[in-house]
Design a protein around this ligand. Structure first.
Ligand SMILES: Cc1ncc(COP(=O)(O)O)c(C=O)c1O
Length: 457
């Protein structure tokens, strides 16, 4: 198994950085002149793009992005799932245009008829009977966490090491030396020490989960069905069923966040794997690019919170978001779910992700690099560990910033984007087999150069 030659990697990285800088003068100028933005970017995570400055967007359509220097990219980043329906899908554009410019009333505090349609469709896909809308998945998680605390009268949320659920303070935890939750390295502005709000376990470790639940203070287990924000960490057989059983045994709610794992299929992993959450959270993709999110709850949970003697869900504890459920967002969700992220679209997207993963695996096998590729439906991701890590901490330990940057820049410099965070690629309805083949070829060439095999090709 070849180890990565760091001197060779450093010199390839230098070459790719130089190529990136020289090909993107307009993006570079815009970045340098953005002196009124915190960190020179509209949101600080945009500094994550490799190469020292982000590409500036000119236009985007389907799975293509055009930057301000005139380069076109095949986009596998797809807004880190926000654009999983493709960029500006026609049915969504028509629905939001109708609402914005013909009917008007983007946000009025009044419901529209689309909301019940979307609620019924979310029930059909994910099973939960009652829905409430938000504008982000973070908000859906935060508001649902409050309901879970209200319903159970318990203070803590159980999360998994290196999970991500948006800026939910409780979730930035890793196990400390004594197993108690402590802030994950890099966490910002925790309101209180994490052990006051959080219990933490490793993904795929049911015994660890049970030990934490046994304290009797956990309101909800909050998890993705597969971790997707520290590479993809798939659940081992029986893990998700075990979580359900343990939640029930210890009186906690099971909260499943499918913001990314909707890639598994039209009903997410919940439908595909027959999961039975008490609370279901989704965001990002379902509005086709218009801010949208939702959480679904069981009848039982709804009854419990509504019957709570002290809780005012309409005013004081109204769970929040003046613009939540606005007419524009709900129209976008309806059009996207009805016409874009359909069963047929998923079938194609999943097939393409399988081809993508096979292409990556072939290069891994041929070159012997100690890496792995994991797939969840329409999402594929490579990781610098083999076999694929089985929990968040070991996946975090396999991170390699230089390798990430080299592969990202190699691809960008040749017309392909993957997510700036680790190495995720997502298919959308417009992704083609040629797009996948382009990535397969470039990935093979990048790895061959890395291990010094380009002469043998
Ligand atoms: C699983 C999961 N939940 C929630 C979020 C937060 O979504 P948003 O940034 O739209 O609030 C993310 C974002 O990546 C996510 O991956």
């Amino acid at each position: 198994m070849p180890t990565i030659d760091r001197i060779r990697l450093a010199s390839l990285l230098e070459r790719e950085r130089a190529a990136y800088v020289s090909a993107h003068p307009a993006s570079s100028d815009l970045f340098r002149s953005a002196g009124h933005l915190f960190g020179r970017v509209p949101m600080t995570w945009m500094a994550k793009w490799s190469g020292g400055f982000p590409l500036y967007l000119d236009r985007a359509s389907g799975n293509r992005i055009l930057d301000v220097d005139g380069h076109e990219y095949v986009d596998f980043a797809l807004g880190d799932t926000g654009a999983m329906a493709g960029h500006s899908p026609q049915p969504t554009v028509e629905a939001v245009t109708e609402r914005m410019s013909k009917r008007g009333g983007m946000t009025t505090m009044l419901p529209t008829a689309d909301a019940e349609w979307v609620g019924a469709e979310l029930t059909r896909r994910f099973g939960l009977p009652l829905w409430s809308f938000t504008l982000t998945a973070t908000d859906a998680n935060r508001w649902a966490v409050r309901l879970a605390r209200l319903a159970t009268g318990r203070p803590k949320i159980l999360t998994f090491a290196y999970c991500y659920h948006g800026s939910v303070d409780e979730a930035f935890a890793v196990p400390g030396p004594d197993g108690e939750a402590m802030a994950r390295p890099g966490n910002v502005g925790a309101p209180v020490p994490l052990d006051l709000t959080t219990r933490v376990a490793e993904f795929n470790d049911l015994a660890g989960v049970e030990a934490q639940l046994a304290h009797g203070d956990v309101a909800a287990i909050l998890t993705e069905p597969a971790l997707t924000n520290i590479g993809i960490v798939l659940p081992e057989p029986g893990f998700m069923e075990g979580l359900r059983a343990l939640a029930t045994k210890y009186g906690a709610l099971l909260m499943i966040d499918e913001t990314h794992t909707i890639s598994a299929g039209p009903g997410g992993a919940t439908r595909l794997w027959g999961l039975v959450p008490d609370i279901f959270v989704i965001g990002k993709s379902i509005g086709g690019g218009i801010p949208s999110g939702a959480y679904g709850i069981t009848e039982e949970l709804a009854r419990t919170v509504q019957a709570h003697p002290a809780a005012d869900l309409v005013d004081v504890g109204g769970v929040g978001g003046t613009l939540a459920g606005n007419a524009l967002s709900v129209a976008a969700m309806r059009a996207t779910l009805e016409h874009v992220l359909t069963e047929e679209a998923f079938a194609r997207m999943v097939g393409l992700a399988t081809e993508f993963s096979r292409g990556v695996q072939k290069t891994i096998d041929r070159t012997g690099v100690p890496w792995s590729v994991s797939q969840l439906g329409a999402r594929s991701e490579y990781r610098f560990a083999s076999p694929a890590p089985r929990d968040g901490s070991s996946s975090a330990a396999s991170s390699d910033d230089d390798l990430d940057e080299y592969l990202h820049l190699y691809l960008v410099n040749r017309g392909v984007l993957i997510t700036p965070f680790h190495n995720m690629a997502l298919m959308c309805p417009e992704t083609s087999r040629d797009d996948v083949a382009l990535h397969t070829r470039l990935f093979a060439e990048a790895v061959d150069e890395l291990v010094g095999r380009e002469e043998l090709r």
